[in-house]
Write a protein that binds this ligand. Structure first.
Ligand SMILES: [Zn+2]
Length: 119
């Protein structure tokens, strides 16, 4: 059979797609402890690219972001969508902090440079 989300060919007895991680395929409903599995819906983002970009803004905060982002992908690979969701949220918030502090730092630097130039 084929994945409804990404179209990859997957074994008929699969409960999730190994290509995109989509849950709830085939006989999932009868085997899952959560019949209305919330992870069958939207894809779980890893925010890996975001956090790699964040290195340029504020690298000390981007490091835990990257660690969590890598954890998202491995949790999806293991089929642990709850853990993947948690790590995804952590990766997103680390990215938010890195970006926020990075932008504040850049603004302060611009102000200081402008102040020095005007003296
Ligand atoms: Zn798929």
């Amino acid at each position: 059979m084929f994945c409804q989300q990404c179209g990859a060919e997957i074994p008929n007895d699969s409960v999730y797609c190994p290509n995109c991680g989509r849950n709830g395929i085939g006989e999932m409903a009868s085997t899952s402890p959560y019949p209305n599995a919330p992870y069958a819906g939207p894809e779980i983002k890893s925010y890996l690219t975001h956090n790699i970009v964040a290195i340029f803004f504020c690298w000390p905060l981007a490091i835990p972001g990257i660690i969590n982002a890598v954890g998202v992908n491995s949790a999806i690979g293991e089929g642990n969508y709850q853990l993947a969701q948690e790590k995804s949220e952590k990766a997103r918030s680390w990215f938010g902090w890195a970006l926020g502090l990075g932008i504040v730092g850049i603004i302060i630097r611009i102000i200081l440079t402008a102040a020095r130039a005007s003296m």
